[in-house]
Design a protein around this ligand. Structure first.
Ligand code: PHE
Length: 428
């Protein structure tokens, strides 16, 4: 009998996966990318990329995880022992460990800015140094504690509370933001379709963004899916995750961009948007009504903290699952080891902003694309078709009709698409 833990049910699976998916990608990259690349035209392309290309990759990773019922490295040992495909397992554990090391720094900045919200005195943004180390250590420790509590009592419980809460928080901010004077310019920025901005590059951007946003290529979907019960419908879990992720990205856009335009500035992306532009906007709000500025700012940074934390725990779980299952660590010890390892690795980014940028670009553009590529190749070309059918259709009970299409996408379309963005990223 299988001793491993499982997620409680369909909602638990979707909440945990959406927790991983909804993160900084939705908050600081999507709105700007949409605004700069044709508004509604970009969003349309993004949706097509998500469902036609990213979803098949998501399902490939889900098949690997649930078929093997193992952590990412164990999965490859079970499905293809002693072959070069093991590389996928190793890569799928290494990439998330690298990502946690800098992702939790952003978590630390958010905690710091949440506290600054109460005085609306943000000072200038200092991305490195001892204060950053202190706050990011707190953030990393909290994330590791949640993981240490277990799949059900830690990750599942935290996600089931946080995801609904995130949606409530962001909706409150949206309602306030779109009602600010001059906000309609922001809505135009996000939505006004401009097909003249659509080029080959737009597709590469949209696909890359949807990969990152769905947490593909980093062992997360493999690991989380290994906790999904056999009778759960993987396609529904994938669709649910993609829809929640897209909804949150759109809401984040409507929360941030109109407020920025209302303050008379142009939005940017990345740390500058959240930790420089928005604090300015919040202080402006507070100039006339102090408590409104405080409230919106605090709610916003709370949203960022929670969104970043549900993503961090998914990254940490990849390493913890590996240590528990392959190295027979107790869960608490495994979490402590991941804490120490990523904390030390993170020191580079805590003290050097250039290192932060390089590590981010390398892991989120290169490593995860390679991971996703190998995962679809493995499922499309190495695994037995009947095994995949068995997983996707949950033993023949569901999705019988769409299996053919999905298999075609996994085998031919997705690998070519990933290869294309990879090459495009290098050439352009
Ligand atoms: N999906 C996450 C986001 O949009 C990406 C991510 C997940 C990054 C987990 C790191 C860790 O921010």
């Amino acid at each position: 009998m299988d001793k491993r833990e499982h997620f409680g049910g369909r909602m638990a699976v979707i909440m945990a996966m959406a927790g991983s998916a909804i993160g900084l990608g939705n908050i600081w990259r999507f709105p700007y990318m949409a605004g700069q690349n044709g508004g509604a035209a970009f969003i349309l392309i993004y949706i097509v990329c998500s469902f036609v290309l990213s979803l098949p990759i998501f399902l490939s990773e889900a098949v690997i995880g649930r078929r093997s019922h193992s952590n990412a490295i164990g999965a490859m040992k079970v499905l293809s022992p002693k072959t070069k495909w093991r590389l996928l397992g190793y890569l799928s554990v290494i990439t998330p460990m690298i990502i946690v090391s800098y992702y939790t720094i952003v978590g630390g900045w958010s905690v710091e800015y949440f506290l600054h919200s109460f005085s609306l005195n943000f000072g200038s943004f200092v991305p490195t140094g001892w204060t950053v180390l202190a706050f990011s250590t707190v953030f990393l420790a909290l994330s590791c504690i949640i993981v240490a509590l277990g799949v059900k009592s830690g990750i599942e419980r935290f996600s089931k509370i946080s995801i609904p809460l995130l949606f409530v928080l962001i909706v409150v901010i949206v309602v306030y933001s779109v009602n600010m004077p001059g906000a309609s310019k922001g809505v135009d920025y996000l939505l006004k379709p401009d097909f003249s901005k659509v080029t080959g590059r737009t597709f590469a951007y949209a696909l890359g963004q949807s990969f990152y946003s769905l947490s593909l290529g980093m062992g997360i979907i493999i690991t989380y899916s290994s906790y999904i019960r056999k009778e759960e419908n993987l396609v529904v879990s994938g669709m649910g995750t993609a829809v929640a992720d897209l909804m949150f990205a759109m809401l984040a856009g409507f929360a941030i961009i109109p407020a920025v335009f209302s303050a008379g500035i142009e939005p940017g992306a990345g740390p500058g948007l959240i930790f420089e532009t928005l604090p300015f906007v919040f202080s402006n709000m507070g100039a006339s009504h102090h408590w409104i500025g405080v409230m919106i700012s605090a709610l916003f940074f709370l949203t960022v903290i929670i969104a970043a934390m549900t993503s961090s725990i998914s990254l940490i779980e990849v390493g913890v699952a590996y240590l528990v299952e392959e190295k027979h660590f107790k869960r608490g010890w495994a979490s402590l080891c991941v804490f120490l390892f990523t904390w030390i690795l993170g020191l580079v980014s805590v003290f050097s902003n250039e290192a932060f940028g390089i590590i981010d670009a390398f892991s989120s553009n290169i490593l995860l694309t390679i991971g996703a590529f190998i995962a679809v190749l493995f499922v499309g070309w190495k695994m037995d078709k009947e095994e995949i059918r068995d997983e996707i259709t949950s033993g023949g009970k569901v999705n019988g009709k769409v299996f053919g299409l999905l298999y075609f996408l996994i085998r031919y379309v997705a690998p070519l698409a990933v290869l294309t963005i990879f090459v495009t990223n290098f050439i352009l």
